[in-house]
Design a protein around this ligand. Sequence first.
Ligand SMILES: [Zn+2]
Ligand SMILES: [Zn+2]
Length: 323
Amino acid sequence: MTETLAELDGLRPPGGKRSNKREKILNVFLRQEGHLSADDLVELIRREDQGISRATVYRTLQWMVEAGIARKVDFGEGRFRFEHSYRHPRHFHLICKKCNRSSEFLSSDIEALIEEVAAARSFSANQSVLQIYGTCAECRTGRPAPVDGGTTDLLFARDALRIAIATEQSGLEFYSRAARAVENPRGRLVFTRLADEERAHLAELEARYRKLLARDPQLESRPTFLFFKGAANGLFAAGAEQVARGVDDRHALLIGIRCERASHRFFKRYGEQFEETEGKQVFLEFADAERAHLEKLVREYRLLVARETRARKRPRPAARARG
Ligand SMILES: [Zn+2]
Ligand SMILES: [Zn+2]
């Protein structure tokens, strides 16, 4: 926790005096997962230190919201709840009106739609809140739902890796199909090598995924947090279909360039928007890997164009005979 506090030092108001009480409250708050009311926090603090007043807790919560350490959420209960944002990615909520439990998720498609609407109305959006009220599976069926321990850094990293793995799988499919579809031996060799590279990278991502699972035995069974409809089937799926219909190496390279560029942009842009988390790192590292693939394809494409140009300039024997 000392490390956490050191990282949060930058968030302190300039000239704000260090207060032991405030630090104690911050510490207790950051240890909690889920959504606490101000009174829940007062109770937790009182268990550790009777000398901290309710007013101090309230004031500190207010400061944490202003400093971006805490987010204030309204679940329609007539009071606010607070969740910490440290290593906790932004999200939307599903709220059960029967048991009052909430569950978190995020969807790139919903966020893209919000951006589109805001842009169309020239509206500069700085926060969007989406809350879905209803009845949870457990309240509806009586059967216990899968463990849902709030959105941990680990859960976010799990889903980021799942998306990266799905993308690599569709990339591998694309390059394998391109290697089969292209007749030119040089083009075939290029795509075979790229497929090998995707296979190696996929193995790395899968190893990282297994390592993550080892840190929490229940991680695999927790509900999905990130919904990426657009990316779930892999950003290369459309390209793989196109290639299967038959293409030459030039066309296959162009499709590959388009897919790698879209993939690089998606992971970079999405990753950059996240709070400092392991999932963010997964996105940004994957974006770099996709850029490396993109550069390789562009290089190959230029070489191919140069070869074709040279071949055209070289006078053909028949032409020479006629001249
Ligand atoms: Zn419920
Ligand atoms: Zn939440």
